[in-house]
Design a protein around this ligand. Structure first.
Ligand code: PA5
Length: 424
């Protein structure tokens, strides 16, 4: 179960102020649960943790088959069709025994040339994920990967190795998949990209990587119960209140900091979730992230003494997946024998606690979200916790959490520069 520690926001917000905001925040939660309010038609993500055994079993079987028949899986997608799977796979390397590589999340020729080099001589399957089926980056990558796959495996075999994850009814990818006879999985129409990690979008790559998707969903389901409780002690709701109240008082940026590098991609997923859900109408906390202790040696100075427009939220894990003992050395010229008998996780914990106290003393409001461990069920729980919290704080902000009208502007300019023909 996640714990949310708000004690270090007290110089900026008292417990009483957070309590006083609870009715408003719970009302925002109520509108979500009742499927009301702006974007009410895009609340299908609340149903995903209730996926039945048959659906989960089908996804797990697909993953097993990909593993049995191939050397690796290429997952093509961007944004909400990519970040969640990457977050889970990087967080859970113990389970991720089978190589999953990602394409279509940028337009870099260097990135893709290196990827294609690594695929050379390998037997690979492809999972192309795009709700619209029309996003430039995955479409370009898919065209390139299909060519390589057909050249190495032959057309009919290539078709057997391609799986498309897309909208149930609409879009060019759906039409092409039907024509080519590819295996398909549906993205429910009422689930937006950044809320789709617990649909086949996130679960298929996880299943191929060897992550027990039933456990991921189990953790998500348990957290959904906790995060949607109509109770002022609900941690997701209190965190949403804190974010919103601090923003109203001029805080402009939230930095999600973690001392667990394996959670770096989870922070990337969170950045999209928060940024696209809240950054509208000239408002919203700008979501940033820091991976410690690495970033203490680049951002540490700013976090300690830079402009005080920041909220820092630490994402911590109480128990490490692995640990390493530090021993006494005959040669103590590095002066580290004082650490002998401690484990690396204890040293990392001290680094976390010391940094958190220093940043709070330096004038930052600090929140800590702690998971007992990094396991499939706790990663599932974190996905749901953040989805609920961000949806509530977006509702408090008065914006629709489930649209992203602003991304059209750059897309239309890019298409114009590339000479894309207008669709009639
Ligand atoms: O959250 C979103 O809606 C976006 O990030 C999309 O997931 C992203 O743009 C990819 O879109 P699509 O799945 O249609 O290719």
């Amino acid at each position: 179960m996640l714990t949310i520690d708000l004690s270090r926001v007290s110089p900026f917000l008292s417990g009483g102020e957070i309590d006083a905001d609870a009715p408003r925040a719970l009302e925002a939660l109520r509108t979500l649960v009742r499927r009301e309010g702006a974007g009410a038609g895009m609340l299908g993500w609340l149903d995903l943790p209730h996926a039945d055994e048959r659906e989960i079993g089908g996804i797990a079987d697909w993953g097993k088959r990909v593993q049995d028949e191939n050397d690796c899986l290429v997952v093509i997608g961007i944004g909400g069709s990519y970040l969640g799977a990457r977050a889970a796979i990087e967080a859970l390397p113990g389970e991720a025994r089978f190589p999953v590589v990602f394409a279509g999340n940028n337009l870099s020729p260097e990135y893709h040339a290196r990827l294609f080099d690594t695929l050379s001589g390998k037997r690979f399957a492809v999972c192309v994920i795009s709700k619209s089926g029309a996003t430039l980056e995955p479409a370009v990558a898919f065209r390139l990967v299909r060519k390589i796959l057909a050249a190495s495996a032959g057309g009919p075999e290539a078709s057997k190795r391609i799986t498309a994850v897309t909208d149930r009814d609409a879009g060019v990818l759906r039409a092409t998949a039907a024509r080519e006879g590819w295996r398909t999985f549906d993205i429910p129409g009422n689930v937006g990209g950044r809320f789709s990690v617990l649909s086949p979008v996130g679960l298929l790559p996880c299943a191929a990587a060897g992550i027990p998707v039933a456990e991921l969903i189990g953790g998500a389901r348990a957290e959904l119960g906790r995060s949607t409780r109509m109770d002022a002690s609900n941690g997701a709701v209190r965190y949403a209140s804190v974010r919103h109240l601090l923003h109203e008082r001029g805080v402009a940026i939230e930095v999600l900091s973690t001392f667990h590098p394996e959670l770096a991609s989870l922070a990337e997923w969170w950045k999209q979730l928060a940024g696209e859900s809240e950054g509208k109408g000239g408002r919203g906390l700008f979501p940033a992230s820091a991976v410690m202790t690495t970033d203490l040696h680049s951002l540490g100075q700013y976090l300690q003494e830079g402009s005080r427009l920041l909220l820092e939220t630490f994402l911590a894990a109480a128990r490490p997946r692995a640990d390493i003992a530090l021993e006494s050395a005959e040669d103590d010229s590095d002066g580290l024998n004082y650490l002998a008998g401690k484990s690396l996780s204890e040293v990392n914990r001290c680094a976390f606690e010391g940094t958190r106290d220093a940043h709070a003393a330096g004038g930052l409001p600090v929140v800590t979200i702690e998971t007992p461990s990094v396991t499939p069920d706790s990663i599932g729980a974190l996905f749901v916790f953040f989805e609920v919290a961000v949806s509530v704080s977006a509702r408090l902000l008065g914006v629709n959490p489930f649209d992203q009208p602003g991304v059209e502007e750059y897309k239309s300019r890019v298409c114009r520069l590339l000479g894309k023909p207008r669709t009639p």
